[in-house]
Design a protein around this ligand. Structure first.
Ligand code: HEM
Length: 484
């Protein structure tokens, strides 16, 4: 049991820490344990934290279906996502996962690289325009090579939304060029990591739903409106797509089309899946891209090393190598940087499960209804698993000294030491998609701009309810390179 805690709720509130997972990280590093720590949670209920590869593997792989996401947290998200793959449990989950898996095949992801690349170049163009505009405002010129300030998180959200729009729904949402895009505006409001959102989420999972949803609060009203807006947009997408599949030749390869053509899902279920992919597939990678630019801005020598590697492999962004997928997947520093960012800033810092039946965990009998905390943030930064420099940004841990090639373990002894995408049947189905997308976006961005912090003393605070992003945004000074 970790020291301290509130007299009534003990360590229950700590899952709402900002940065999320901070005190769990301290517990994992400091409390002696055999794979389980008891952090008593809400009103003295037991709440177990899994801390080592053995107990993590039990929860995520060997006994995965003995654990479910807590009903209240599921209901909170279901207002927007419905009963999509992220939120269903048991047999329904097995069924959906099996039928959605083909849309994430190895081949399918390779085929998506040209899309990732063309959107990455569009992103560069939009960011360059914002940078030039800022340069002019500051008295400079709107010319290639100028320097200006941009807020990264906003643009990262847009490009990842546009990518999942095409790859997930076969639809050009085009939020990069459309500042008034309704879907984007609603999603940004829902996921904005404000203090108000965190408190509302805490209230939602603590008190009766009818009470919290009807509180005379602005946020309760706005949440209802934005959730309804997003669902209406999702319904229109599905209707249109079904019409297109009927009326046009069978060349639709996006995830939604694969699901429609399988005939395994009702219209309502298709809306749930469409919104699930939009939400799970854009905010997460957007956060990863934002944290990458922060870490590169604050580690200039790694940034210039990466740029040199990219220049040698892709001398012209507009004529990339024919096998772009193979090129990007083979670059040691690019892959090392992406892996290290995903390790240090896992987009989903903490997730929870409840035991649905009495089960054995780490040799201990755990009764049904026990809360289990799984904390990628804490595991990925554990000195017991990653060494004393666990919290340091060190991409070279992902490069084999002997061969100079990328490795996929980062020097950790077990793959359960890296929890960014979890493991097992409930792991992130979009893992390869997200990594491929991140590689392409980072490669194009770093090739085109020198990245610095607007204020070198500013340290962004990781914050959010489900995913972590810099709470107050990330303002970068960019300088265009090579004609940008
Ligand atoms: C850096 C990017 C991403 C990260 C770090 C990430 C992380 C995660 C994590 C930790 C989970 C498990 C959540 C839990 O069980 O509590 C998850 C599930 C999921 N993710 Fe991702 N994700 C990323 C990108 C994506 C993308 C691009 C897609 C879709 C294209 C996606 C789709 C999903 C879906 C559908 C699930 C639910 C899987 C299931 O329960 O069977 N994710 N993700």
């Amino acid at each position: 049991m970790p020291k301290g805690g509130h007299p009534i709720v003990a360590h229950g509130f700590e899952i709402f820490d900002q940065p999320p997972g901070r005190s769990i990280q301290e517990a994992v590093a400091e409390v002696p344990n055999d794979g389980l720590i008891n952090c008593r949670g809400w009103f003295y209920n037991d709440q177990l934290l899994v801390t080592d590869p053995k107990t993590i593997a039990e929860v995520l792989v060997h006994k995965c279906y003995d654990f479910e996401k807590p009903a209240k947290a599921r209901n909170f998200l279901a207002r927007v996502l419905g009963e999509g793959l992220v939120l269903v449990e048991g047999d329904e989950h097995r069924f959906q996962r099996k039928h959605i898996m083909p849309a994430f095949s190895f081949r399918h992801i390779k085929d998506l690289y040209p899309l990732f690349w063309s959107k990455a170049l569009e992103f560069n163009e939009v960011v360059a325009a914002a940078m030039h505009e800022d340069a002019e405002k500051a008295g400079g010129e709107q010319a290639p090579g100028s320097s200006g300030i941009i807020e990264m998180k906003h643009y990262a959200n847009k490009v990842t939304m546009d990518i999942i729009g095409v790859a997930g729904l076969g639809r050009n949402i085009n939020s990069l060029h459309n500042p008034d895009d309704e879907l984007m505006k609603n999603f940004e409001e829902i996921t904005e990591p404000t203090f108000e959102q965190v408190i509302y989420f805490a209230a939602y999972i603590t008190f009766p739903t009818w009470l919290v949803e009807n509180l005379p609060l602005r946020i309760a009203r706005r949440q209802k409106i934005t959730a309804a807006n997003v669902r209406n947009i999702g319904r229109d997408f599905v209707k249109e797509k079904k019409g297109l599949i009927k009326s046009q030749s069978d060349n639709h390869k996006d995830i939604l089309s694969v699901l429609i053509k399988s005939n395994d899902f009702s219209d309502d279920q298709l809306v749930d899946q469409a919104l699930t992919f939009l939400a799970a597939g854009h905010e997460t990678t957007s956060s990863a891209l934002t944290w990458t630019s922060y870490l590169l801005a604050t580690h200039p020598s790694i940034q210039s090393g990466l740029r040199a590697e990219l220049r040698a492999a892709i001398p012209s962004l507009t004529s990339p190598p024919a096998d772009l997928a193979a090129t990007l997947e083979s670059l040691p520093l690019l892959n090392a940087v992406c892996n290290e960012v995903l390790r240090l800033y896992p987009t989903v810092p903490v997730t929870m499960r409840n035991t649905v039946r009495t089960t054995l965990l780490g040799g201990v009998t755990v009764p049904a209804g026990t809360r289990i905390a799984i904390a990628p943030w804490a595991i990925n930064r554990s000195p017991h698993l990653w060494g004393p420099d666990a919290c340091v940004f060190r991409p070279d841990r992902w490069i084999d000294k002997a061969t100079g090639q990328a490795n996929n373990h980062g020097g950790a002894a077990s793959n359960y030491s890296n929890m960014t995408f979890l493991h097992g049947p409930r792991s992130c189905i979009g893992q390869s998609f997200a990594k491929a997308e991140l590689r392409a976006l980072v490669a194009a961005f770093v090739s085109a701009f020198e990245i610095e912090m607007e204020d070198p003393s500013y340290v962004p605070m990781p914050a959010g309810v489900v995913t972590v992003k810099p709470r107050d945004g990330l303002r970068l000074r960019l300088t265009g390179l090579d004609g940008w």
